[in-house]
Design a protein around this ligand. Structure first.
Ligand code: SF4
Length: 239
């Protein structure tokens, strides 16, 4: 399995080299807005979907072959075709990347596996963690993220609160807003309280702009996003 993709230019991360650690759409969620398409099978199974050494060898070769491009990179980002924290060797992969290059490492995660303290410990080497949190209540969580049975949003929120205490790096909490699902003012107020509880360095509001897993998934207008951002306050930004 080829793990590296890009580099790509992104609004948040600048020039970023992506590393995917799972087969296509391997995830504990099946979000209505997922750009990877519908999920045939959700999973919570953590395992070495691709050998750690293969990932690191691929990166080592890429860095050697693309020295000029590598010099321009802002981040090496663990994301891609599924939930990267499902890879049981993610801690070794982060440490291995740090041994190969000084380029900061960013991890994008759906947050669901962070309920396990050992999993949280394994990702502490990342420079930036972008966990997502789309809902402050279980019913909205289930409507928008369609998690595997048994995953509770309150457990995820508690895990993010714990991560904030344990992790010295930057946490940029991502909230995807979908029209008619999680964008009521009442829900945004609950999210604002939740963001305060977690205490991220940034809270980034976004809305689907590309193709989504389900039809009839619509973005929230920019003006509404700005007003929600004001409700959430200081650390919040729309991007
Ligand atoms: S968490 Fe990410 S990969 Fe998983 S279903 Fe949602 S958008 Fe897709």
């Amino acid at each position: 399995m080829k793990s590296i993709y890009g580099p790509v230019q992104s609004r948040r991360l600048g020039f970023s080299l992506g590393i995917s650690l799972t087969p296509h759409k391997t995830c504990s969620f099946d979000c209505v807005y997922c750009q990877l398409g519908a999920s045939a099978r959700r999973t919570r199974e953590r395992k070495p979907y691709v050998p750690v050494e293969d990932v690191l060898a691929e990166l080592r070769a890429w860095l050697a072959d693309n020295a000029a491009l590598a010099g321009k990179l802002d981040y090496v980002t663990l994301s891609g075709s599924g939930e990267p924290v499902l890879h049981s060797g993610i801690g070794q992969i982060i440490a291995g990347i740090k041994a190969l290059t000084a380029i900061p490492v960013c991890l994008i995660t759906n947050s669901s596996l962070l309920v396990d303290a050992a999993v949280r410990k394994s990702i502490l080497g990342a420079d930036v963690i972008i966990p997502s949190l789309d809902a402050a209540t279980q019913d909205i969580f289930e409507r928008i993220d369609r998690p595997m049975p048994g995953i509770q949003v309150e457990d995820i929120i508690a895990a993010l609160v714990a991560l904030r205490k344990e992790y010295a790096g930057r946490i940029w909490l991502e909230v995807m807003l979908v029209k008619g699902i999680n964008d009521s003012r009442e829900h945004i107020k609950l999210l604002a309280q939740t963001v305060k509880r977690i205490g991220p360095d940034k809270c980034q509001l976004t809305s689907p702009v590309r193709c989504t897993a389900e039809k009839d998934i619509f973005p929230v207008e920019r003006g509404a996003m700005e007003s929600f951002c004001a409700l959430i306050g200081g650390v919040c930004e729309v991007y």
